[in-house]
Structure formats: structure tokens, C-alpha cells
Design a protein around this ligand. Structure first.
Ligand SMILES: Cc1cc2nc3c(=O)[nH]c(=O)nc-3n(C[C@H](O)[C@H](O)[C@H](O)COP(=O)(O)OP(=O)(O)OC[C@H]3O[C@@H](n4cnc5c(N)ncnc54)[C@H](O)[C@@H]3O)c2cc1C
Length: 422
């Protein structure tokens, strides 16, 4: 058994110093890891005095920083080999934050004044790297959590990881924080004929820039913020994009009368019922953008804020794609019936040729793959038996900050010093 020394981001191989005065601790850890282990097996276990955090995205970093501020060490386990893997690996070059920076900053460290209102992806990553440096957060990289399970006998969490070299490590802790995000895995729908299509089919997570599609007819399946922005990027690189709009979509201007639409919506919701706020937003959008339905962008029955709160579906904040739809540079199609060798057949009977397909079909959580007990962790931050979640409240980075501070405050209330709280 080894002990994690959070303050130095390393393991301390002399646990006796920490355990000497902790009556009953050794028995509880022994129970959690099963007493009859060989020395080698026992050395696979690491006892973490503070919480184990799964995921080194913005949420995991924010929780670790808030804990650090209270003098509470933690360990972050991250499957990738750097922080914020979604932002570094799976986003396209032209991406900027969709909502203004002051709604996206993490606790205890604002964005630099010099950053624009909507920082670019590269600026956001730079900010996160500076954040990790400032709070001396050093995650354990290449460490995929494959299971986390509460042991009722010892009342401790047992967390198993697999390294990129296949090595197994096991952690034991009183607290577990799930911070693997709602965008952990690509959502890829089953579309008939996908195997027949001869051109490339990629998910937006692999899309970087439209340059390689120059002159090509590209079908973008999905019309959320990513689908719209990828279409715009394709136009800007002289490709010929078409976009599938299967159900309705709310397109709103990114700013209204000098306010960010996000900020205005949050403000309206303080005073008005959601349906009234929605009606107001839709009226203004109609005045500013015209009737989007005339261009094939049918609006859903529920308003944008009500839809977001009930289903998590985010409205599109337009950054220029709508103008290219109106001009005909981006064509709109209904749902795909099936793909063919060189194109697609749509539910309205049209048959079109395409050179490439981009799936802007979103992401999903992977909690069910590693958190034992079938917990969903949506719309909340505190669960039973020392289990917390950050970044699952469907409030984006603003929700992340709120969750992180609440989690640190809650753990701080029962943290005395090191292992004495176990
Ligand atoms: C294109 C795009 C644009 C966006 N723009 C905005 C925006 O402008 N504003 C906003 O508020 N939100 C935006 N979002 C939402 C954004 O995903 C989140 O706000 C933010 O990244 C959430 O951070 P997170 O830490 O919760 O999750 P993530 O950033 O997804 O981080 C989760 C981390 O957990 C790791 N992980 C996953 N599974 C495991 C495992 N089993 N073991 C170990 N590690 C694991 C991942 O590798 C990852 O590093 C955008 C999302 C996308 C896809």
C-alpha cells in the first residue's frame, strides 16, 4: 500500500508517518483493499488522503483548485496525456467560446483582460494550462478509470485505472468526484448504408479545418452549434456544404442590443417565467434574423430556454452560418433515409451526390462505463456516500464553476487534516 501525497503531486512511500495517529484507518483501508494480499498486490493500491477526481477537463481542474485553496490535496486521474483533452484534441481550429468569457472562467482566476470577449480555442487552452500551473495541479495522465465502486464495509471508494501501457493501479479514497463531462464520447448514429458510402465519413471531433474539402460536396449531418460552424468553415474554404436538419432548431443571434444572448437570457429568467422569456427571445430573433423557417430551419415547438432546461438541447448562437444559408451557399436537407455509394437519399425522396460526410451528431457521457451502480449524476453535484459530480448540470462552464465551489465547501466542512477525516 502506498499513500498519495497530494501537496507534492507524488506518492509518499512511507505511509507510517501519516497513519501513526489514525486509529482504525489501517483496518478500514485493509477492508477496502482486501487484507489477504501479497506485497506486490498491495503495492498496486494507493490511498489518497483527499478526493479522487476523474477527468482533467475544466471541471476536474476547477474542483482541484477550489480544494487546494482550502488546503485539501486531491488526485486527478486523466485518460489522455494532457489536460482539457476535449479542447485540445477534439475541437476545430476556428472554434471560439460560444458565450462571453466572464461566464466561462473557472473559480479563483479570471481570464486575462487582454483576451477578447469570445476567446479562441487556443486562448482557452492557454488559460487552462495557466490555471493548472497556478494551482500546481498535476494530474496522473494516461490513466483511464475503468471502475469506481463504493465499498460499504470500509465506507471508502475503490477506483481502478488502466495505464496506456496496460498497467493496473487502484486508488482508495473517502471521496470521489466524477468530472468526465457530458461530451466524453462521440455520438455516432446508425444510418443505413454507412458502409456503402465510398467517401470519408468523419465525426466533428476529427474535423480541424475545411481546407482539405476545397471544391468538394460535403454533407454535414446535424445542425447544432458545431454543425452550423463546420458548414460556415467549409464555405470559407470553398467547399460546398449541405446540412441535414432532421428535427427543428432554434437559431438565435449571438448578441441582442449589445447584450450577449446568453447573458440576456439568464437575466430574463430572474424575473420572468421561462415561456415568457422564450417568447421575448423569439420575437427579437425574428426581428433580427427574419423567419428562419423560410430557409428550412423549422423551430421546435418548445422555446429555446424551455427546450434547453428539459432536454439539454442548446440553441444555436449564430456566428455567420445563417447568412450563408440564406444566400444558398449552405443547402438544407431533411433527415437522411439512407446513404448510397456516392451520396445520400433523403426522406423527401431527393437523391444527391456527396464526396464526404461529417457527423455533427454530438457527444455523450461515459459515466455508465466506469461508475458502478448505474448512477446518472445529471442535474446535481452532491450524491450519496462521498460521491460528487462537476460539469453535469447542463449549464456549461458556468455550471462547472458553481459545482466546483460547492464541492470544495462541502468537503472542506468535514476535512480536518489529512487522514484524520477518514
Ligand atoms: C465544440 C464545443 C464547444 C463548446 N463551447 C462551449 C462554450 O463556449 N461554453 C461552455 O460553457 N461550454 C462549451 N462547450 C461545452 C464544454 O464541453 C464544456 O463546457 C467543458 O469542456 C466541460 O468541461 P468538463 O471538464 O466537464 O468536461 P470535458 O472538457 O469533456 O473534460 C472531461 C475530461 O475527462 C476525461 N475522461 C473521460 N473519461 C475518462 C475516464 N474514464 N478516465 C479518466 N479520464 C476520463 C477526458 O479525457 C477529459 O479530459 C463546448 C463543447 C464543445 C464540444
Amino acid at each position: 500500500m502506498r499513500i498519495w501525497n497530494g501537496s507534492y503531486g507524488s506518492e509518499l512511500l512511507d505511509p507510517l508517518i501519516h497513519l501513526a495517529n489514525q486509529v482504525g484507518i489501517e483496518e478500514r483501508i485493509d477492508q477496502a483493499i482486501n487484507v489477504n494480499l501479497s506485497v506486490n498486490e498491495a503495492n498496486q493500491w494507493i490511498a489518497v488522503p483527499g478526493p479522487v477526481i476523474v477527468g482533467a477537463g475544466p471541471s476536474g481542474l476547477a474542483v482541484a483548485a477550489c480544494l487546494k485553496e482550502k488546503g485539501i490535496p486531491s488526485v486527478i486521474l486523466e485518460r489522455s496525456h494532457f489536460i482539457a483533452s476535449l479542447w485540445q484534441l477534439k475541437t476545430y481550429d476556428r472554434l471560439h467560446l460560444h458565450i462571453p468569457k466572464h461566464f466561462c472562467q473557472l473559480p479563483l482566476m479570471p481570464f486575462p483582460e487582454s483576451f477578447p470577449t469570445y476567446p479562441s480555442r487556443a486562448q482557452f487552452v492557454r488559460y487552462l494550462e495557466a490555471y493548472a500551473r497556478r494551482f500546481n495541479i498535476r494530474p496522473v495522465f494516461n490513466s483511464t478509470v475503468v471502475s469506481a465502486e463504493f465499498d460499504p464495509r470500509s465506507e471508502l471508494w475503490r477506483v481502478h485505472t488502466v495505464g496506456s501501457d496496460g498497467s493496473l493501479t487502484k486508488y482508495v479514497s473517502r471521496w470521489l468526484v466524477g468530472a468526465t463531462g457530458v461530451n466524453a464520447e462521440e455520438s455516432v448514429p446508425g444510418i443505413g448504408g454507412m458502409d456503402e458510402f465510398k467517401g470519408p465519413v468523419i465525426h466533428t471531433s476529427s474535423y480541424k479545418c475545411g481546407e482539405i474539402f476545397q471544391g468538394q460536396r460535403v454533407l454535414v449531418i446535424g445542425c447544432g452549434n458545431s454543425g452550423m460552424e463546420v458548414c460556415l468553415d467549409l464555405c470559407n474554404h470553398n467547399a460546398r456544404p449541405s446540412m441535414v436538419v432532421r428535427e427543428g432548431v432554434h437559431v438565435l443571434p449571438r448578441e441582442i442590443l449589445g447584450w450577449s444572448t446568453f447573458g440576456l437570457s439568464s437575466w430574463l429568467l430572474k424575473f420572468l417565467p421561462v415561456r415568457v422569456a422564450d417568447r421575448f427571445l423569439l420575437c427579437i430573433s425574428r426581428l433580427m434574423l427574419g423567419n428562419t423557417e423560410l430557409h428550412g430551419l423549422k423551430r421546435p415547438k418548445l422555446g429555446p430556454l424551455e427546450l434547453k432546461s428539459l432536454s439539454g438541447k442548446t440553441p444555436v448562437l449564430d456566428v455567420g452560418a445563417l447568412a450563408r444559408i440564406k444566400s444558398g451557399d449552405i443547402q438544407i436537407f431533411p433527415a437522411v433515409k439512407r446513404l448510397t455509394a456516392h451520396g445520400a437519399e433523403f426522406v423527401d425522396g431527393r437523391l444527391e451526390s456527396f464526396d464526404a460526410i461529417i457527423l455533427a451528431t454530438g457527444y455523450r457521457s461515459n459515466l455508465h462505463t466506469w461508475l458502478k451502480g448505474g448512477r446518472e449524476l445529471s442535474k446535481g453535484w452532491k450524491w450519496e456516500r462521498g460521491l460528487y459530480s462537476a460539469g453535469f448540470s447542463m449549464q456549461g462552464l458556468m455550471g462547472t464553476s458553481v459545482d466546483a465551489q460547492k464541492i470544495a465547501d462541502d468537503i472542506g466542512r468535514c476535512w480536518v487534516h489529512g487522514f484524520s477525516v477518514l
